[in-house]
Ligand binder design. Structure first.
Ligand SMILES: NC(=O)c1ccc[n+]([C@@H]2O[C@H](COP(=O)([O-])OP(=O)(O)OC[C@H]3O[C@@H](n4cnc5c(N)ncnc54)[C@H](OP(=O)(O)O)[C@@H]3O)[C@@H](O)[C@H]2O)c1
Length: 332
């Protein structure tokens, strides 16, 4: 089969021909239909290219496809022949390949009303957005500060929060993004590049009592957020789009009793347990079949994986770039 990955020291992303993997106990073989390019894919590719264990690394964290073979176990057999959303296992290859072996427990059957493309994006962003809204509701936060708010996840957080009447202060980094969100009806949009950003954020976050801060950016923005938000705010760091270490301010942390914590979806789901995870998955499926569909800016065959990545990095706000796997990988 064809797959996109790294196969040499400091290797570039490349198309490789590798054997179709064989599912073991508790695993399934998925014939891939679609897979998105996500920030976490970029981070994983960068990390792998910096360590020595890159041989045979296949990129891609999530996707969708049809289960065409399975190892032993009840769940793998149940999924055989089903269209599924799936995420890759750390131990086996990724979703940017014609076939992927993964744990049956990392697959969720798709209903007929969800396309392969929307289904390919079901397991990362929708579940994360649902987790953040649960945190806001159960911890009693009156409003949220959301960074990278024009991202797919950021927009989903705002839509979901509106359902629970939780106001969101949307932080973006450009006038273009500010205009985009305002044209879509956003009420509180702040541009972190403005000179009066911290003052404005201080005013609005105190007015709304926005004590939950969702930080996908890190670097200097983390410090600006910490300085501006109300006493006792909780800052969740869940991404590192700036690729810079989050800056902290010890005086603000101590005097205003603010907390900074990390958030990683996989760990959050483990803590919630199976029943709660199933409930979230059912909600995520409904979201993608209805009013929460994720905008897609471009589609590429696997043979053009580098163009897909370049197109995504060139304009992340435009929507998701999807790798589509038809009957062949577009490789001649
Ligand atoms: N921790 C977890 O479990 C978890 C789970 C899901 C997602 N995430 C994180 O959530 C974030 C959003 O993911 P997504 O898939 O929704 O992203 P996306 O749709 O691909 O969009 C990325 C957005 O981030 C903006 N951005 C890029 N670099 C930035 C920077 N240095 N400062 C400010 N904004 C920047 C982009 O704006 P431009 O168009 O201007 O570049 C774009 O609007 C990512 O950091 C991802 O890793 C974390």
């Amino acid at each position: 089969m064809w797959a996109a990955g790294l196969d040499e020291v400091n290797g570039q992303l490349k198309i490789m021909q590798v054997p179709v993997p064989v599912p073991g106990k508790g695993e399934v073989l998925v014939k891939m239909a679609a897979a998105p390019v996500n920030p976490s894919d970029m981070a994983r590719i960068k990390n792998v290219s910096e360590v020595s264990s890159r041989a045979g690394f296949i990129a891609g964290i999530e996707g969708s496809g049809t289960v065409v073979d399975c190892g032993s176990g009840l769940i793998p057999r149940l999924w055989l022949g089903k269209r599924v959303a799936c995420s890759s296992s750390v131990s086996s290859g990724g979703s940017w390949a014609e076939y992927m072996v993964t744990k049956a427990m990392s697959c969720v059957p798709l209903t007929a009303n969800i396309s392969d493309e929307q289904g390919s994006m079901m397991l990362v962003n929708p579940l994360t957005a649902l987790a953040f809204i649960d945190i806001a509701r159960y911890e009693g936060h009156k409003a949220i500060v959301s960074t990278a708010a024009a991202s797919s996840l950021g927009r989903m957080i705002t839509l979901l929060a509106a359902k629970y009447k939780i106001p969101v202060i949307q932080v973006v980094r450009s006038v273009k993004q500010q205009n985009l969100l305002t044209s879509q009806g956003a009420q509180y949009v702040l541009n972190s590049s403005d000179t009066d950003f911290t003052t404005r954020l201080g005013e609005v976050s105190r007015q709304l009592n926005a004590t939950l801060v969702l930080d996908a950016v890190g670097g200097e923005l983390t410090k600006k957020l910490l300085i501006s938000t109300p006493f006792g705010s909780k800052h969740l760091i869940y991404g590192n789009l700036s690729t810079e270490q989050p800056q902290l301010d010890h005086r603000v942390l101590v005097d205003a009793e603010k907390t900074v914590a990390g958030f990683y979806l996989v760990n959050w789901l483990k803590k919630q347990g199976l029943l709660s995870t199933l409930r979230s998955i059912i909600k995520a499926r409904k979201m993608l079949a209805g009013e929460y569909t994720i905008p897609i800016s471009a589609r590429y065959p696997l043979s053009q994986v580098q163009q897909a990545v370049d197109s995504y990095l060139g304009n992340m706000t435009a929507g998701k770039v999807i790798l589509v796997f038809n009957n062949d990988a577009g490789i001649t």
